[in-house]
Ligand binder design. Structure first.
Ligand code: BG6
Ligand code: MG
Length: 217
């Protein structure tokens, strides 16, 4: 009975989550308000469009369609300038060990991310070729917590959802994995990711015994 793994990207494989926050926060500050860390938790895993809609509603702002587009573009440019020059050293601690184990044991894994920047980021990290499938913000019509991104990833892995294991750092992503009928593993604060089947602060807390256990389950 073979299983596969689906990784979220931002905040799971690479520490880009903080740069999304900094870029959104700068944009909000320019518009005259602030975003708290608590609010930011609700933005994790959420698409660019939905993030901007949410942030504008927190700031009680309504903008024209043209201004909305301009804000999306400038946030993305700011974000990309913050993550320029990525290499393998930017993989979050403990991630490489798990990817190496999966590769060596021919266990298929996919990416399931809301980001439209996922491919260039994976390329920069030097791990793009190792994924059996990459499903990102360019491939979906429905954002997390809708399970679409993970269901497409499962299909591309050739596995039923129940045989997929999802690593996620966002509330929306854990919910999406649960709705998809997959095993959900929360990476981050367990009090925030309380709906996850398992919780770890980060990948340094995950050993290969645990990976083997969930692959057998
Ligand atoms: C998710 C991040 O992975 O991707 C969100 O958690 C981000 O913070 C979303 O807004 C969309 O990313 P991008 O790179 O397409 O703006
Ligand atoms: Mg994430």
């Amino acid at each position: 009975n073979s299983k596969g793994i689906i990784f979220d990207l931002d905040g799971v494989i690479v520490d880009t989550a903080k740069f999304h926050y900094l870029a959104w926060r700068k944009m909000a500050n320019d518009l005259g308000f602030d975003i708290t860390l608590e609010q930011n938790e609700q933005l994790k895993g959420v698409s660019r469009v939905h993030s901007l809609q949410q942030i504008l509603s927190w700031g009680n702002k309504t903008v024209s369609e043209t201004e909305f587009e301009r804000l999306m573009t400038s946030k993305n440019e700011d974000y990309l300038s913050r993550i320029a020059h990525m290499d393998e050293a930017d993989l979050l601690p403990g991630v490489k060990k798990v990817l190496d184990y999966l590769t060596e044991n021919n266990i298929p894994f996919a990416l399931g991310s809301a980001s439209k920047n996922a491919r260039p980021i994976l390329k920069g990290l030097g791990i793009e070729e190792r994924f059996t499938a990459i499903v990102d913000g360019n491939d979906v019509t429905k954002a997390k917590p809708d399970p679409e991104v993970f269901l497409i990833a499962a299909e591309e892995l050739g596995l039923p959802p129940k045989d997929c294991i999802v690593f996620e750092d966002s509330v929306a992503g854990v919910e999406a994995a649960n709705i998809a009928g997959m095993l959900s593993i929360g990476i981050g604060d367990k009090d925030i990711l309380k709906e996850a089947d398992y919780n770890f602060a980060d990948f340094t807390q995950i050993d290969i015994d645990f990976i083997e256990k969930i692959l057998r389950k």
